[in-house]
Design a protein. Structure first.
Length: 80
């Protein structure tokens, strides 16, 4: 299965932009692409700056978005 990624977002520094366990791919100044968990990225390290990043889309995220698009009466019943 091929990974699905969000659009690239430019990075200008600061703390991690989201959940630390999210899988991201970062673009470094030398052109290196590094897919990893967000917690493994030096988001605020000037010596190894992130130029841009994107987030890996998951089947669960896709399903959640699809569920939000459905009319209320078509949502799953979670009461058992």
């Amino acid at each position: 299965m091929q990974n699905q990624w969000s659009a690239w977002k430019p990075w200008t520094g600061g703390p991690c932009p989201g959940d630390l366990n999210t899988v991201v791919e970062v673009l470094l100044p030398d052109g290196t692409l590094a897919p990893t968990a967000a917690k493994n990225v030096g988001w605020d390290f000037p010596q190894d700056p992130v130029v841009a990043y994107r987030v890996r889309e998951t089947a669960a995220a896709d399903a959640a978005r699809e569920n939000l698009r459905r009319p209320e009466h078509e949502h799953c019943d979670t009461d058992g």
